[in-house]
Design a protein around this ligand. Structure first.
Ligand code: A2P
Length: 277
């Protein structure tokens, strides 16, 4: 895999990454990261909320992966929002990860009460070199517009729930228009989409699996995506999507599966912004 996307701040980010949500236990973690690296994944995505940053750190150390070849993302949990807490929590994350910096730091969920202070902390942490890039997760258009009223720098990534049952076209277009790279979490819809007949048919046509078809759909949509598996064969399978392509008609058939179905929670609205603007 040598597909990289250029972020608005100039940093290069691998388009496909490896998600570490619910990858738990040191043995499982180290094996998953090792197989992923061997299969060509370079981006590893964790979060304070996942409770596995220390295991990620140990795995990276055990495997001695070259720092400048990997791209590590973590996310600040809701309970750590606010200026001081955000900074203290990121220093703790770096300690657990055994890293001097992360490549991408995300605000995990929008919360109204600490919106701007948290973002100011992010801008300062980037200046201080604790992270190369700053972004957000689970932000809808309204959150990004609200942030834009006070931000000095806008997020370069918005990581959102995105898969064939939740195609998010308006947000994708908005992000694209604002130089924000969209990154898909649960790119396979936590497995809920895999049984769809349309996907099975397209998969059979290309002698690929439904999971590979979905990931290829993300790839051709130009978004970043971070599938997760703890099984060696699936980790490999999810990286083997660079030797076929979907036709425009097939892309449209997959788009048509959209039914606004979330597997995760709904981002909170920002009431003050709604009132003011
Ligand atoms: P497992 O880790 O047991 O392999 P998402 O990334 O959308 O959250 O979905 C991840 C879920 O899909 C996980 O439960 C993972 O399970 C499963 N999964 C990952 N890759 C594949 C695949 N290629 N085929 C089938 N299921 C997969």
């Amino acid at each position: 895999q040598d597909n990289y996307l250029t972020l608005a701040d100039g940093q290069q980010m691998p388009q496909e990454g490896f998600g570490l949500y619910k990858v738990d236990g040191q043995g499982t973690m180290t094996a998953a990261i090792q197989h992923a690296f061997e299969d060509g994944y370079r981006l590893f995505d964790t979060a304070q909320l996942y409770g596995n940053e220390a295991e990620v750190g140990t795995a990276l150390k055990q495997l001695a992966l070259p720092r400048d070849e990997i791209f590590v993302t973590t996310k600040v949990a809701e309970e750590n929002q606010g200026y001081d807490r955000a900074i203290a929590s990121v220093k703790e994350s770096l300690q657990k990860l055994q890293l001097d910096y992360v490549d991408l730091l995300l605000v995990h969920w929008p919360i109204e009460r600490s919106f701007f202070e948290t973002w100011r902390a992010f801008e300062d942490m980037k200046k201080e070199g604790l992270t190369k890039s700053i972004g957000v997760s689970n932000f809808e258009m309204i959150h990004l517009q609200y942030l834009a009223t006070q931000a000095h720098e806008m997020p370069v990534v918005d990581q959102i729930e995105l898969h064939p049952l939740l195609t998010q076209k308006p947000l994708l277009k908005f992000n694209q228009d604002h130089q924000i790279i969209t990154q898909a979490w649960s790119p396979l819809g936590r497995g809920a989409v895999l049984g769809q007949d349309v996907l099975k048919q397209i998969a059979a046509q290309h002698q690929k699996s439904p999971a590979q078809v979905i990931l290829r759909w993300h790839l051709q949509n130009g978004v970043s995506f971070i599938p997760k598996s703890v099984h060696e064969a699936r980790i490999a399978q999810n990286a083997a999507i660079y030797d076929f392509s979907l036709t425009p008609a097939e892309m449209a058939q997959i788009d048509a599966l959209n039914n606004y179905q979330r597997t995760g929670r709904e981002p909170e609205l920002v009431y003050e912004y709604n009132r003011q603007y």
